[in-house]
Design a protein around this ligand. Structure first.
Ligand code: PGA
Length: 252
């Protein structure tokens, strides 16, 4: 069932103390579970996942990892697997973030394996994708987005999509202060729903939550989230400030 979701990607920010402070501030605003159509997710760094899972147990806030390795275990120094995340109560993982793709050479082939591993481990996936500025300027943005989804997700069977949340994040809008206009966001989200519908079914497409990411903040959240195909946001910078993140959640 399609849900409204506000997810905060803390990236490589907040040590343990700052993570606890931020989560406790958020819990003061949202002490109890929201209605079933709405979800709040935060994605701290790996080392702070467990304490945040403990603090948020039986609250409105769910916890996601920012990445994971595709193998279950083995000689992969410095990596973390899906089973390890599940073992500490993390059931959601962000995959394919543009920073992982561009700075850590994450390819579609690797993402296919990561998606498979997450699904096998019954994790939900927030799958990120989006075009670069030059794609947008050359009018190639729809093709790029379709290709990214085709390469990483369109091999999945229908039932796997219950575990997929899509996050359209135009790379030119991430951390730049520049945001897609509400019209640009709606246009792309409608396109995404249409290609998912063509590949699978209208029913499945209607059920998928499609989040927008890229400089979403308190001041532009309402306008972006008021679009019929924008089901929520994946928020970086503004998720680090309790008052900003709270205001975004309240706009959904
Ligand atoms: P931003 O990051 O909100 O700081 O642009 C979004 C993201 O990377 O998910």
């Amino acid at each position: 069932m399609r849900k409204n979701i506000v997810a905060g990607n803390w990236k490589m920010n907040n040590d343990l103390e700052a993570s606890k402070l931020l989560i406790n501030n958020l819990l003061q605003e949202f002490p109890s579970k929201l209605d079933a159509s709405k979800r709040i997710i935060v994605a701290p760094t790996f080392v702070n996942l467990y304490p945040i899972v403990e603090i948020t147990q039986n609250t409105a806030i769910e916890v996601a990892a920012q990445n994971m390795h595709f193998a279950q275990s083995g000689a992969f120094t410095g990596e973390i697997s899906a089973t390890m995340l599940k073992g500490i109560g993390v059931n959601i993982v962000i995959l394919g973030h543009s920073e992982r793709r561009s700075m850590f050479n994450e390819t579609d082939e690797m993402l296919v394996k990561k998606v498979e591993s997450a699904l096998q481990n019954k994790m939900e996936i927030i799958f990120c994708f989006g075009e670069m500025l030059e794609d947008r300027k050359s009018g190639n943005h729809f093709n790029v987005v379709e290709q990214q989804l085709t390469n990483a997700l369109f091999q999945l069977n229908e039932s796997a999509w219950k575990q997929i949340i899509l996050a359209y994040e135009p790379v030119w809008a991430i951390g730049t202060g520049e945001t897609a206009s509400p019209e640009q966001a709606q246009e792309m989200h409608a396109f995404i729903r249409q290609i998912v519908s063509k590949k699978y079914s209208q029913e499945l497409a209607n059920d998928v939550s499609i989040l927008y990411g890229g400089s979403m903040k308190a001041s532009n959240a309402k306008e972006l989230l008021s679009n019929s195909d924008v089901d929520g946001g994946l928020i970086g910078g503004a998720a680090l400030i309790a008052a900003e993140f709270t205001a975004i959640i309240k706009s959904m």
